[in-house]
Design a binder for this molecule. Structure first.
Ligand SMILES: [Zn+2]
Length: 162
């Protein structure tokens, strides 16, 4: 406990209960769902590319995201996409014509929050109690993706009812 590990196999890769319905509600509210993921284990040889791609296929076929952006680099590659850099968010914004200032970045690592802030998004930190904690000041701290989804929908309804 305390240290986040990525799933090693496709079988271990689970979409958490509640995530599917939370994301469905966001999509119904008009949000595009873009997954941005660091996959350094492919570069270091700990994980195979095919396994990661199969996991992403599972995400796509579950119908819970519109796009998946992947960084296969490690820090020393100095790429522009590995979070905390905002490269994947900026690229998705260009491709999908996304208003980043009106977007929300939800993640459970400090790198997610930092990337979201760098891209100008409103940031949610899901506190899974990892020991690394979150050195970044997220706009909001939540216990789950569902909680973030509820807060986002609440904000949107407030905006549109004005
Ligand atoms: Zn990268």
């Amino acid at each position: 406990m305390g240290k986040p590990y990525p799933p090693a196999t496709v079988t271990q890769f689970e979409i958490l209960p509640g995530v599917v319905s939370a994301v469905r509600q966001l999509r119904e509210a008009g949000f595009l769902i873009v997954v941005v993921t660091n996959q350094p284990d492919v570069a270091t040889g700990v994980q195979r590319l095919e396994i990661v791609e199969e996991m992403h296929h599972k995400l796509r076929t579950a119908g819970i995201c519109d796009a998946i952006k992947v960084c296969y680099h490690v820090d020393r590659d100095g790429c522009g996409c590995r979070k905390p850099k905002p490269g994947m968010l900026l690229e998705a914004a260009r491709e999908w014509d996304i208003d980043l200032a009106g977007s929300f970045m939800v993640g459970d690592r400090w790198r997610d929050v930092a990337a979201g802030k760098a891209a100008g998004c409103y940031t949610f930190f899901i506190d899974n109690k990892y020991l690394e904690g979150c050195s970044e000041n997220a706009d909001a701290v939540v216990a789950s993706l569902e909680e973030a989804g509820d807060l986002i929908l609440h904000q949107v309804r407030k905006r549109t009812s004005r």
